[in-house]
Design a protein around this ligand. Sequence first.
Ligand code: BES
Ligand code: MN
Ligand code: MN
Length: 496
Amino acid sequence: MSFGEQSSAADLPEPKRLLVESVLSYADSNLDASLDRMFELLRIPSVSCDPLLAQQCQAAASWLATELADIGFDASVRPTAGHPVVIAHQKQATGPHVLFYGHYDVQPVEPLDRWEADPFDPQLKVQPNGDTQIIARGASDDKGQLLTFVEACRAWKTVTGGLPVSVSMFFEGEEESGSPSMDEFLDQVGDELRADTMLLCDTYLWNDAIPAVTVMFRGLLEGEIEIACASRDLHSGAYGNAARNPIQVLAGLIASLRDESGAVAIKGFYDDVQEPDEDLKSELKKLDFDTDSFLQNVGLSQSAGDQAYSALEQIWTRPSCEINGIAGGYHGDGLKTIIPSKAVAKISFRLVAGQDPEKIQAHFHDHIRARLPADCTMKFTAFGGSKASAIPSKSQFLQRARAALRDEWNCESVLIGSGGSIPIVSVMQNRFGLASLPIGFARSDNRHHSPNEKYDLSSFHKGIRTWIRVLAELSGCEGNRVGALDANSCAADKPA
Ligand code: BES
Ligand code: MN
Ligand code: MN
């Protein structure tokens, strides 16, 4: 069979097919125990951007390393300049070597009063349609999702004593903070994380019934802009009119970032934007995306971006500029009549293929400087930048993974884009030429980064089952590297 052809479980040799069936049924009968383990991880409040919770990030990393060691991985928690990374290996004598990436850190929980329960006290909620939701911060982004892969490995290991391919794990604790320590960390680990492909479980299904492989992510430039005027807060009567108000200035600058059509109005912003190639364009065209319900589900009725593009193009293939937060002046009860001395806003730019975060930052600076009135200073602190990434859509790994998806979901998977960003994808591509294979089971209503984030029990269960099949299918791929046999690359090669 050539790699371009469609294959399915029927193509697996009979003993292997039976083996897969027994691994699947182990996962089915042990789902409750898998769920208990997910709850343990969800109870750890590993918010990466909160310095007060650094210990909790450490705790989540240790928890993962212990679980991985428990199922035969050579697992360790590695320090970085920020939160630790978990690395684990379990190599086989032959076959390809896959690296699985996930993040154990989560987004902040605010606004807390919008949660139905404590975000770190996971709740099960049975829906009228019979499905059960797991509600907690990190349920789908990314703790519940990364555990689908770990639990699939557990099932293989328990039933057969080994894994069908060599597996390394790579869990970071700073993804939600833009992975600031990752470059330096990767310099240190060198070739240890080289593999034939990198699997991820941090993306969406296309819909409840149709799975997807995500083949592009937007990049990101994120930072904070501060506008400062007077040397202190002033009485707004004693100085009103005469003193420049930084909130007013900031609001005007923010308003100038988009034109009436919704397009970004920064000069040069679109200069390097590359259109997706024709193959991908036609794949994306095949998807019938329901813009109305996409917007209605979150209480909206009209897409607000560049009207020359569809909503799906706006979120997947066009760059954006969003204000993520704004602060200044008095926020307490009642009135305080001041002209504040400063105002700040968090701004993020989603970037598409061709755009360079540094160039975008320069264009943004120029835009602000040209409009800054007298007596104002502007400070922009960048939190990090990542380029957009494209995933090769014709690799043997992708073909085989899609065969596994077909077996589990009884339908053809689709290739989709993502408006979100996973910085490590382009980092690993550029460093090691390592292509990613992102398959996720989250649904569009999972409330990522929002109050009452959830994961459906059916996503968790079918996710575990899917990875069990993917691992079996990938064992038929050829490794491009010595990975599995490279005695220098990791301690797991030592005889047990
Ligand atoms: N899992 C998301 C990325 C994602 C979102 C993939 C939607 C597919 C669909 C990831 O955890 C995330 O939120 N990334 C951040 C990265 C940032 C903080 C550097 C993002 O996209 O905002
Ligand atoms: Mn994520
Ligand atoms: Mn996220």
